[in-house]
Design a protein around this ligand. Structure first.
Ligand code: ADP
Length: 394
């Protein structure tokens, strides 16, 4: 069964065609800068890798270009659109309605729309992706996989904010949690690898967005992001945790509008705000040259992660393993080293040689005597979506 995975963002569409149940990646690609004259399409399959520049006005045109390529006589991978049996969609916010993957129905779409104010940058584009796919693939099953679903197991004591009860009960203000597809995927891999029946795992997803999850016996029990994907760790351009008094001070004393504050905390803060660079590779290069801002930002970033590790060890009363995943987690030996430094109290001891090596699959980088294991596990949100879609249909 061919499943097309679509991750539709505000100005991009990521896609993969995966054959299930063999989990074979047939092709993958990304359309970026939708709405621009120089939108970029990157595409690869087993034999070719190509990059094209198009004028792509909107998501509908973007998806049409992807379909044309899938069907292309020279570079395509299918002969008929009907060869795609299902389309799996990443949906960021499923509120407290979805604890599982869902077959798209008018009611499901209505709920995704309803939760749009909670994820204004993501849910509207996710829904648009679904509606365009319904039009282009009328024969295929449409399936929604929610980033928030994995976190529905977080107990009330960790889910509720200490604000009046009616805001939780009537207005649904609470911790939802994000990157659930990634945390689920890597923690299941870890449990399988470690052969554990009972487990206490901390999953650390460090990409452009960064989050951590405490996972006990395979279930999310606490998470660093909350109501929206903004708090917790220091991210590429998001501040993560900040005293909310700062927001009032910015508005009431410094004359910021609420929109400016939002822009400041989500687009101009984090590593970008601290260093002037968004990409961790640039920050590491600058730090090597002695750039003090970059050195401090790396320390701050790792320090915040350490604090969350401490919190989650306390929440689970123990620790079997920590997992590093996503762009930074999988690739930055420096961040891993800074995070694991002076953490032997928790049984975390890094083997520096193993940390500096390279591998595509699961890699264990703890010392042979460490009580808690340190794993690098490449995330694969698209494959997880395909697995869940396949599972739902079979
Ligand atoms: P997204 O959240 O967009 O999926 P990714 O998981 O692709 O993000 O991660 C993007 C981040 O990974 C960027 O900040 C980039 O700097 C970082 N990154 C990628 N490769 C490396 C590397 N070799 N060393 C350090 N950081 C890296």
């Amino acid at each position: 069964m061919n499943i097309l995975i679509i991750n539709s963002g505000s100005s991009s569409i990521k896609f993969q065609l995966i054959q299930m149940p063999s989990e074979t990646l047939v092709c993958s690609g990304l359309v970026e800068r939708i709405g621009n004259k120089d939108a970029v399409l990157n595409y690869k399959n087993e034999t070719i890798k190509l990059k094209q520049i198009h004028y792509i006005n909107n998501h509908k045109q973007g998806l049409q270009i992807i379909i044309d390529l899938l069907l292309d006589a020279e570079n395509g991978v299918i002969e008929d659109i009907k060869e795609i049996a299902a389309v799996g969609h990443r949906v960021v916010h499923g509120g407290n309605t979805f604890s599982n993957t869902a077959l798209v129905t008018p009611e499901v779409k209505q709920k995704i729309q309803q939760y749009a104010p909670l994820a204004p940058l993501h849910n509207p584009s996710n829904l648009e992706g679904i509606e365009i796919a319904e039009e282009y693939f009328p024969h295929a099953k449409q399936i929604a996989v929610f980033d928030t679903a994995f976190h529905q197991t977080i107990p009330t004591k960790a889910r509720k904010y200490a604000i009046p009860n009616d805001l939780y009960e009537d207005k649904d203000i609470q911790v939802y949690g994000f990157h659930g597809t990634s945390h689920k995927y890597v923690s299941e891999k870890a449990i399988e690898y470690l052969k554990l029946e009972r487990s206490k795992i901390i999953s650390i997803h460090l990409g452009n967005g960064c989050s951590m999850t405490a996972i006990q016996d395979g279930k999310s029990i606490d998470h660093s992001m909350g109501f929206a994907p903004t708090n917790g760790l220091i991210m590429g351009s998001r501040s993560g945790d900040i005293d909310h008094s700062v927001i009032f001070y910015l508005v009431n004393s410094l004359g910021y509008s609420l929109e400016n504050v939002n822009n400041l905390l989500t687009k101009k803060s984090g590593m970008l705000g601290l260093t002037g660079y968004n990409d961790l590779r640039d920050i590491e290069k600058e730090a090597e040259k002695g750039n003090i801002d970059c050195l401090l930002a790396l320390e701050m970033n790792a320090y915040r992660i350490k604090k969350f590790i401490g919190t989650y060890v306390a929440a689970m009363n123990g620790l079997d393993a920590i997992i590093f995943t996503a762009g930074i987690g999988e690739n930055s030996s420096l961040i891993r080293e800074l995070v694991c430094k002076d953490m032997d109290f928790f049984g975390i001891e890094l083997d520096k040689d193993k940390n500096n090596g390279k591998a595509k699959s699961i890699r264990e980088i703890s010392t042979s005597t460490a009580e808690a294991r340190i794993l690098i596990i490449p995330t694969n949100e698209e494959l997880e979506i395909a697995k869940q879609a396949y599972c739902l249909l079979n």
